[in-house]
Ligand binder design. Structure first.
Ligand code: ADP
Length: 498
């Protein structure tokens, strides 16, 4: 500002120059006239010799010319050159400004190039549409995504690229965008149709603004969301399928439950039917074997003993099956009573004492006095199974039964034998129904493969406890039955766990 002010003060206008020239001319005329008049008079009064006077007048004339020439040169230098200086300064300033402008222009061009590259190549579609819905411009990426060239889109109604079914809704959104307050963006999701007819799901953000000429235009940024939409549709489809499968599964489950109930009913009723004749077979073969009816030959005795063994085996099997089906059907009669655990263990020991004695095995029940409040009959069944297994699968040594409180109102009954033991890899099969492990004793000792399965079922579902095992092949096994000392009346779940 300051610089330009100085330039304007020193600037010489043509009128100023003219005034300066008149001033110099007037001054020149004044001085010249005064010089001519007074120098001649003075010279004539001083010099008498006419020849000398002429010479002096000539010299005076030259002096006049020299002085005025010098004066003129001084005046020109002072006024005209000084007047020309601001013009030169102005020229310098103009050149400087021009250079600055060129630099700015170059920066602007570079910035525009960058913007254009961004506009064309960024993976988003840009459209500018006028208020009638005609495409004014589209970026290359946008056009390519739709399978068109930029020229093919420009000047055409933007609705043309939308799916026919969505056009009405697009028009409404577009109108809403035009009506929206300045600067407010409107967004929507619709289907577009590519040139080849395929569908493209897009999310668009639109904002109305004005172009350089003041016309209303809508700027649209458009993103491809086809993958996400397809994934959503797939999720919806999978969900529907899942629901259908769930319903099928529920139906299958209902049928299975019904079948299971029928199976249990069938087993329970047929087993009862089997138990009656079996009891007769066992009873009468015992009577015959004891020779109450009359003496028997050795061969008859041997045959009858086989009948008795087979009958007992079958009865044990049927009893186990009945119990299992009862637990599975949730039909176990729960008779909670107060009893001494020590007595229960002694009773189980007595039951297995003969078998242990026959095999030459020591069976020891460690004394314990602990009053329990639970299902005595089912606990006795579990303990008897474990003790009888201990005796069955021990060839020499001992079977020891102990009971100890194990915290949280529980007691652990341990049956430890010095028998054949159980291999690590056999453990998963141990508690499965009808599963008997391979061992040299398998063919010699009677068994159904249901004892441990039933024991664990009763322990879990009737007594509310668990069965655990520790064993070393060839050294022996320990089975641990841990159950609550006091069972909550009717509070233990039944059925369901295999
Ligand atoms: P089983 O009627 O055959 O005795 P269980 O269900 O009681 O059926 O036992 C399943 C299998 O587990 C048995 O056949 C036996 O192979 C093995 N087993 C059970 N208890 C013992 C034990 N104390 N020592 C070694 N093996 C055992």
């Amino acid at each position: 500002m300051q610089r330009s002010g100085r330039i304007s003060r020193g600037a010489v206008t043509p009128a100023g120059l003219r005034r300066e020239a008149v001033r110099i001319a007037a001054l020149y005329a004044l001085l010249g006239g005064a010089w001519i008049i007074y120098s001649d008079r003075i010279l004539a009064s001083l010099v008498v010799d006419p020849l000398l006077l002429i010479r002096l007048q000539t010299a005076k004339g030259w002096l006049y010319v020299g002085v005025t020439a010098l004066l003129l040169a001084w005046l020109i230098n002072r006024n005209l050159l000084a007047a020309a200086r601001p013009a030169a300064e102005l020229e310098d300033r103009v050149a400087e400004r021009t250079a600055q402008l060129e630099g700015l222009n170059r920066a602007l061009r570079a910035s525009e190039d960058r913007f254009r590259a961004l506009y064309e190549e960024i993976p988003a579609m840009y459209f500018t549409v006028d208020s009638s819905g005609t495409v004014i411009s589209a970026n290359l990426f946008g056009a390519e995504q739709l399978g068109y060239s930029v020229q093919e889109l420009t000047g055409r109604p933007v609705l043309n690229v939308f799916h026919e079914e969505d056009r009405q809704a697009v028009q409404e959104q577009f109108d809403a965008c035009l009506r929206a307050p300045a600067g407010e963006a409107v967004s929507w999701e619709f289907r577009k149709r590519r040139k080849d007819g395929s569908i493209l799901w897009v999310r668009e953000f639109a904002r109305a603004t004005e172009d350089a000429a003041g016309n209303k235009v809508v700027l649209i940024v458009c993103l491809d969301i086809t993958d996400g939409k397809l994934a959503d549709e797939e999720i919806v489809r999978l969900n529907a399928e899942l629901r259908r499968h769930g319903a099928e599964l529920e139906e299958a489950n209902r049928k299975l439950t019904e079948l299971d109930r029928l199976k249990s009913m069938f087993i329970a009723s047929t087993s009862h039917e089997l138990r009656t004749p079996l009891n007769s077979i066992i009873g009468f073969s015992s009577i015959l074997l004891d020779e109450w009816i009359g003496p028997l030959t050795d061969e008859q005795k041997e045959n009858l003993a086989t009948v008795l063994r087979a009958g007992k085996h079958l009865l044990a099997l049927i009893n186990d099956i009945i119990d299992i089906s009862k637990v599975e059907a949730g039909q176990i009669d729960r008779q909670i009573s107060e009893f001494d655990l020590g007595e229960l263990l002694e009773e189980a020991g007595r039951e297995c004492a003969d078998e242990a004695a026959t095999r030459g095995i020591e069976l020891r029940i460690e004394p314990v006095r602990l009053f329990m409040h639970t299902e005595r009959r089912r606990l006795y069944q579990c303990v008897l199974n474990l003790v009888s297994n201990g005796v069955k699968y021990t060839e020499r040594g001992s079977v020891v039964v102990t009971a100890q409180p194990s915290g949280a109102g529980r007691v652990t009954i341990a049956v430890t034998d010095t028998g054949i033991g159980i291999r690590e890899e056999d453990r998963p099969r141990l508690f499965e129904p009808f599963s008997r492990l391979d061992s040299p004793l398998k063919s010699r000792v009677p068994g159904t493969g249901l004892g441990l399965y039933l024991t664990r079922k009763l322990a879990r579902e009737v007594l509310g406890g668990e069965v655990a095992l520790a064993s070393r092949p060839g050294e022996g096994s320990s089975f641990f039955l841990t159950i609550p000392v006091r069972s909550e009346e009717g509070g233990i779940a039944s059925g369901g766990t295999p």
